[in-house]
Design a protein around this ligand. Structure first.
Ligand SMILES: [Zn+2]
Length: 68
């Protein structure tokens, strides 16, 4: 499986469990995922988002967001 064809989004820990969120520039919202990074199905609600076809890879960073 060649992952390099997929877009990579920076993921942020959103809670103490280390669940991850990514900011989607197409939907203009954070998409929430579980704590494991890697390839994900897109959670996009914007029909124009190219992620709906490919999904995306979320890559954990050490930054945190604090929206609960
Ligand atoms: Zn999206």
């Amino acid at each position: 499986m060649v992952l390099s064809n997929y877009p990579v989004l920076e993921a942020f820990e959103r809670n103490e469990r280390g669940d991850l969120s990514v900011y989607c520039t197409f939907c203009k919202v954070f998409h929430h995922h579980s704590s494991d990074d890697g390839h994900k199905s897109a959670h996009c609600t914007n029909d124009e988002s190219p992620y709906l076809k490919t999904g995306y890879i979320i890559k954990k960073t050490f930054k945190r967001i604090s929206n609960g």
